[in-house]
Design a protein around this ligand. Structure first.
Ligand code: GEK
Ligand code: PPY
Length: 247
């Protein structure tokens, strides 16, 4: 994957445009996500380990909002269950192009990887096949809030017994003090990773209209309303968390 450092917001912009997963973002994405999302490498690596516990023979594993395929590759490496295959979906043409290149490169480096199909498309329009694992790794927060329940309902309907949804998100907190503390600590995390105050401020304004985090309570209630029976948080680092939802 590209090692280009993220300097997208380093210079003052007369007007900060809404954040989009375009070619500029794709070029710096691995660096951006690692320096912006506390716990990201731990979540991605362990998603493969978790998925291996839920994968059912002959089923599909979905990576929804796959970006450059980091989660897909973790699934392909860790899952050994017979007849499984991975379907990665993203609606950014630039992401999908680079994702395919990356995954093809991995095929030539590792043996025994699960087969994968990368689809350029909207996950809201996807016809789900029977699935044992669905990963939504920092994707639901970019879906319009009014679409989220219906999407989770469709995922729930596609899940096989013994399967799971793994949902990772940035969190909002209902308690104002808790929200302020974890937001400040996230800013400190970004600063420690070399982002300037200007970069942090411009990025905040770029994402505020396109990325709408929910609280843990909202996630839990919506997942139960979508038909999931159990919601188990397995990881939290500052204001970023990952949940397992069981059908
Ligand atoms: N409606 C949609 N349909 C399909 N894709 C979408 C849609 N909306 C947004 N996306 C895609 O969802 C991805 C969100 S990034 C996921 C990181 C990855 N999971 C990772 O673990 O590396 C999260 C982040 O950057 O914070 C982008 O690639 C969008 O194009
Ligand atoms: O950068 C942030 O503040 C975030 O919340 C995470 C993020 C990471 C990558 C793209 C958009 C948002």
């Amino acid at each position: 994957m590209s090692k280009e450092p993220d300097r997208l917001f380093a210079q003052p912009l007369p007007q900060v445009p809404d954040f989009a997963f375009n070619e500029d973002v794709v070029r710096v994405f691995p660096d951006m996500i690692k320096r912006s999302v506390p716990g990201y490498p731990t979540i991605v690596e362990n998603l493969g380990v978790l998925a291996a516990q839920f994968a059912q023979p002959g089923s599909v594993l979905y990576d929804l909002g796959s970006s450059l395929g980091a989660v897909t590759q973790a699934l392909r490496r860790h899952v050994r269950t017979d007849g499984c295959r991975v379907i990665a979906v993203d609606n950014s043409a630039a992401m999908v192009e680079r994702c395919r290149e990356y995954l093809n490169g991995q095929d030539s480096m590792f043996q025994e990887l699960l087969p994968v199909e990368v689809i350029e498309g909207d996950i809201l329009a996807l016809e789900f096949q029977p699935a044992s694992v669905v990963a939504l790794n920092f994707t639901l927060q970019f879906i319009a809030p009014e679409e989220r329940l219906a999407l989770l309902g469709r995922i729930r309907q596609s899940l096989l017994p013994g399967g799971a949804l793994i949902l990772s998100e940035k969190l909002r907190f209902n308690d104002p003090e808790e929200h302020a503390l974890l937001t400040d600590l996230h800013v400190a995390f970004k600063r420690a990773n070399g982002y300037s105050e200007l970069e942090i401020a411009q990025k905040r304004s770029a994402i505020e209209n396109v990325m709408k985090p929910d609280s843990l309570e909202e996630h839990r209630e919506r997942l139960l309303a979508a038909g999931f029976s159990k919601v188990v948080p397995w990881f939290q680092c500052l204001n970023f968390a990952s949940l397992i939802a069981l059908p």
